[in-house]
Design a protein. Structure first.
Length: 313
């Protein structure tokens, strides 16, 4: 299969690209600059340099590919604009479009408490107001499936592995900033999680066997934030500390405090396991071991996620 990936240079995109190439597919990454093109070349992928500002120049590329994968991250209004243009361009072409969302969509604010709610792929839920437009995007993608287009959605949870995880890095950041590894409230809340290599395997399976219009989760386990904080604190020789929501905003940012460390997002993946035969590898289940990866202790300045608005000025 000849595949075009948007977001190929990112953490998930790099792993998905490598897995798809290993499986014998031809992959091209849509990149913004020469650095991105160089990274694609290192992975054995092709590249096309361009901008998503003018979709009229982007969508003609689709004629050269069998499948288009969206693994990029944009502000939600921009994501809706871009995905809508892609779906309209792909309609009736016989190609596959795969959209990547995330389980922040099903998160519930608990201020550090655990929630018994756990959602499989097609369970009903009320989306968070701050991220509800993502559900509308997912629904538009799934509704576009039909004669002349196969559409799929992946909704991964907390992603970790191979020395990268935004949430682990943020826990280390709290220690550098405050002298303690911090969590909100009782820290019993969590996001279900998956190793990035198992997620990459799901991309390959979804392209090969995915049912048109389907949504697939990818869950290998869950660990609450206090367990993660205590593991890191023991390694660093510092205490842990419960913080208020207001202090969490000062440590991280409002979006991270509200949607990540103040929330619980528990998911299951029965459809991915049943329809695709996806299952995480036994040696990729220990998120707490990854919390001790020395790369996190050496982390530099903290960057904001691409969907977090920067403060003016």
């Amino acid at each position: 299969m000849n595949i075009l990936i948007f977001g190929a240079t990112g953490y998930v995109g790099r792993h998905a690209t490598a897995r798809l190439i290993a499986d014998g597919h031809a992959v091209t990454g849509f990149v913004r600059d020469t650095a991105g093109a160089a990274l694609m070349a290192e992975l054995g992928a092709g590249s096309h340099r361009g901008s998503l500002e003018d979709m009229a120049r982007v969508t003609p590329l689709f004629a050269h590919f069998d499948a288009v994968l969206w693994i990029a991250q944009l502000m939600l209004d921009e994501e809706a604009r871009v995905v809508d243009a892609m779906l309209r361009a792909l309609a009736g072409t016989g190609k596959t479009f795969l959209f990547t969302g995330g389980t922040s969509l099903i998160s519930e604010r608990t201020d550090g408490d655990w929630s018994e709610n756990s959602f499989a792929e097609d369970d009903a839920f009320v989306p968070r107001r701050q991220i509800a437009p993502r559900l509308e995007i997912e629904q538009s993608v799934r509704a576009a499936d039909g004669e002349g287009l196969r559409t799929l959605c992946l909704r991964p949870p907390l992603i970790w592995g191979n020395g990268t995880c935004k949430i682990i890095a943020d826990l280390y950041h709290s220690a550098r900033l405050t002298g303690a590894v911090c969590y909100i409230g009782r820290g019993l809340n969590c996001y279900s999680n998956v190793h990035v290599d198992d997620l990459a395997a799901l991309y390959a399976l979804a392209l090969e066997k995915g049912v048109g219009g389907a949504l697939y989760h990818s869950v290998s386990g869950e660990v609450n934030y206090r367990q993660m904080a205590e593991t890191i604190a023991a390694e660093l020789g510092v205490p842990t500390r419960s913080v208020s929501f207001e202090e969490a905003i000062e440590i991280w940012d409002k979006f991270t405090a509200l949607i990540v460390f103040g929330s619980c997002s528990r998911s299951r993946s029965p459809r991915a396991r049943r329809e695709l035969g996806w299952t995480p590898r036994p040696d990729r289940l220990d998120l707490l071991a990854e919390c001790l990866n020395p790369v996190f202790a050496d982390g530099g300045a903290r960057g904001l996620s691409s969907w977090v608005k920067r403060a003016a000025g």
